[in-house]
Unconditional design. Structure first.
Length: 246
């Protein structure tokens, strides 16, 4: 039986949706409770703050970013489950042999890895944009960034539980992993090049090569955790507005 393009797309999307379910990647656009949270916690503020529809736009953009990040993460999982190329071949007559000849599955995996890191970075800037509507720290939207906005809100919100959680995240995972990796991808080299170059530098040290492979293979699980942190961040953002803007 010949598989049509439509069938291929259907099968692919079924695999993606299976991953959504197995890894509990919540679809907030189709989960009425999250849309209700937006309505319950900020609806009374719209008359004052929804100038030129900015709340409507930023809310839609924020939720769109969550949805697209979820899709990209599911693709890293799919490719990881299909099987990435190992960095070391153990079964040779001479013992372990380091070699890495990337295949299509590896290329597509690193493509989505880069996409996820950039979307994670963009998401947290969307959080900052949304908060700035209400706290009005920056007049120029182009000057709004998650890290700098958190720093500027410290004196005002240092005792707020939601803010403290966001600030802790900003100082750790956001600074040391997400933004750091995003800068490399955007300004210097793709993840595919990074791992290939790292492999070439370490290929004679099997222990280091295995560490590099483990780091690569743990990225999908890291992304799943980061997606759940995004959902937590949405709740913290809304709680921060609800408790501090009257």
């Amino acid at each position: 039986m010949v598989t049509t393009q439509s069938d291929a797309l259907t099968n692919y999307l079924q695999e993606i949706h299976s991953i959504f379910k197995r890894y509990s990647l919540l679809d907030i656009l189709n989960d009425g409770s999250y849309l209700k949270k937006f309505a319950d916690q900020i609806e009374h503020l719209r008359p004052q703050y929804n100038k030129n529809g900015q709340i409507d736009f930023q809310q839609e953009d924020l939720l769109y970013m969550v949805r697209e990040t979820r899709f990209a993460i599911a693709n890293t999982i799919l490719l990881w489950e299909i099987g990435l190329t190992p960095f070391i071949l153990d079964q040779t007559e001479y013992g372990p042999l380091s070699q890495f000849f990337p295949k299509e599955v590896d290329s597509r995996f690193f493509f989505f890895v880069d996409d996820v890191f950039m979307r994670l970075y963009n998401f947290w800037n969307r959080i900052a944009n949304f908060l700035n509507i209400f706290f009005q720290i920056e007049k120029n939207p182009e000057n709004v960034y998650f890290a700098s906005l958190m720093d500027k809100l410290v004196s005002q919100l240092q005792h707020d539980q939601n803010f403290c959680s966001l600030l802790k995240f900003k100082k750790a995972e956001y600074k040391d992993i997400i933004n750091k990796k995003r800068r490399v991808v955007v300004h210097r080299e793709s993840s595919s090049a990074t791992y290939f170059i790292s492999f070439m530098k370490k290929f004679q040290n099997h222990k280091e090569v295995l560490k590099l492979q483990q780091e690569r293979d743990e990225l999908p699980v890291f992304f799943v955790a980061q997606y759940k942190r995004m959902i937590q961040g949405l709740a913290e953002m809304l709680g921060l507005i609800k408790d501090n803007i009257k």
